[in-house]
Ligand binder design. Structure first.
Ligand code: NDP
Length: 434
């Protein structure tokens, strides 16, 4: 399909262009497997107590051994993973849900979305709880035991999906993402060529953003609780740290799913295409990397005691409060209401920008709340290893980069008005700091 006024050719590369996107496509899976082998019981600890020399020898021995490569594949885990994905599709199709419209697209269309991610979550939780109550915690340690096989299956699914949406984007009449139409195969496949790929009324991007990855993250955590319960002699022996991680992350996921319609005003849905970056992020990275704390606690229990439990609980609550109120202020405002009577400025484009409340304190107060929560999720693992803090560190860089991308996009969208706004609100994420 040649560029058209509606689908202009993308002339600017992000992520260091094709070489950068290829490096991320290969590097992120390698790092994710490496994270497992650097922090697991199978490997001998978190990290295993080995010298650098022995570690290098071990890695080389594994990489040159065909049996090691074969061990990354597990047919049973692959069937289970594809079954899980199919369950989410069937739940989307069969469970009732309101139909809401997304924002107006460049071609004047509005996509209709079925809102039933939260009921899919409740159904998955109900089935899992029933299974555990009936058969005990042993019945749900499958995910802990099949970790590597499931990781490979989710990577395969991410890859297949990205190839499918890339190929389908060449069908006539598609609306392409402004950033994903360079003509370079690797780059467009990674960034996402089509803005909102779909099969009939099944919107692939919003489905992936919320369902098979996010809900699986909670199920993985539950499996880690079960693994710890089996080892320690029942649920009553599961540690306070494990319950905290489960509670925090389940709450976060439930909040995202409950507020499903808020997704339709996010950068991912409005401006980004759907390619390997999001496919891998949603299906592979989020569930299997974000659950690191629970996986660590499954084989390395930590008892916090009531004071530290309360302290971490309040810290998480503080982050959640900022995250939720900041997002609510913007969502209400973008949906035409301003219940707190916040100040705003009107741009030449006609769109308005909040200049008081959370959005007057920094340009991404919601990221601040998210970062506080990320730290609160790692604190229950204690301080014996830095590896369980990987998520906070990764997330800080990720959100700084995302903020930079959004700032550039807004600068392009609002021009001088954005400069005025950044003078009024100079801090990017953390008020008075950054
Ligand atoms: P935001 O929800 O922050 O939306 C950014 C958009 O908001 C801008 O492009 C602009 O769009 C609008 N905006 C900016 N400033 C103002 C203002 N002052 N007043 C009104 N509107 C404004 O972006 P994200 O999609 O990045 O984040 C959504 C949530 O998801 C966040 O809470 C984030 O932390 C979270 N998140 C979590 C991830 C995870 O892995 N856990 C990953 C990514 C995000 P416009 O003006 O066009 O409306």
């Amino acid at each position: 399909m040649s560029p058209s006024p509606l689908n202009p050719k993308t002339t600017h590369y992000e992520f260091l262009g094709p070489a950068g996107t290829l490096a991320i496509s290969v590097g992120v899976p390698i790092l994710t497997y490496a994270q497992y082998f650097a922090c697991s019981e199978v490997a001998g600890g978190c990290p295993p107590a080995l010298s650098l020399h022995t570690t290098c020898l071990r890695v080389l021995a594994a990489l040159s051994d065909p049996e090691w490569w074969k061990s990354l594949w597990d047919t049973e885990a692959t069937i289970a993973y594809f079954g899980w994905y199919a369950f989410c599709v069937v739940a989307w199709a069969l469970l009732p849900g309101d139909i809401v419209e997304g924002t107006t697209l460049r071609d004047g269309r509005k996509i209709k979305y079925k809102i039933n991610a939260f009921s899919t979550f409740l159904l998955a939780l109900g089935i899992t709880t029933g299974l555990i109550l009936r058969n005990g915690p042993e019945a749900f340690t499958f995910i802990y035991n099949k970790w590597v096989g499931l990781l490979t299956a989710s990577l395969l699914m991410s890859f297949l999906q990205a190839c499918y949406v890339y190929a389908a984007s060449f069908r006539p009449g598609k609306l392409l993402a402004l950033g994903g139409n360079t003509g370079n195969l690797i780059y467009d496949w990674f960034i996402g060529r089509e803005l909102n790929p779909s099969i009939g009324s099944f919107d692939i991007m919003s489905f992936n953003e919320l369902r098979p990855g996010l809900i699986l993250w909670v199920l993985i955590n539950i499996s880690m609780v079960c693994e710890q319960a089996v080892r320690r002699g029942g649920f009553s022996q599961v540690t306070d740290s494990m319950w905290l991680v489960l509670a925090f992350q389940t709450w976060y996921v439930a909040d995202g799913l409950y507020n499903e319609s808020a997704l339709f005003t996010t950068m991912d849905i409005i401006t980004d295409g759907f390619g390997f970056m999001l496919s891998m992020g949603d299906l592979f990275y989020v569930p299997f990397v974000y659950s690191l704390q629970a996986r660590y606690l499954a084989f390395h229990p930590v008892v916090l005691g009531s004071l530290r439990t309360l302290g971490i609980f309040l810290f998480n609550f503080w982050g959640y409060y900022i995250f939720r109120t900041a997002n609510a202020e913007k969502n209400d405002f973008r949906n035409g209401s301003n219940p707190k009577n916040l100040k705003f400025m009107t741009t030449a484009r006609g769109s308005k920008l909040l200049t008081s409340g959370w959005w007057g304190r920094s340009r991404h107060p919601n990221y601040l709340g998210d970062l506080i929560m990320a730290l609160a999720w790692s604190l229950p693992t204690g301080f014996e290893t830095p590896i369980t803090y990987y998520y906070v560190i990764f997330f800080t860089f990720f959100l700084m980069h995302r903020q930079h991308r959004d700032d550039k996009a807004c600068q392009k969208k609002y021009g001088n008005d954005w400069d005025k706004y950044t003078k009024l609100v100079p801090y990017r994420i953390v008020p008075y700091v950054y």
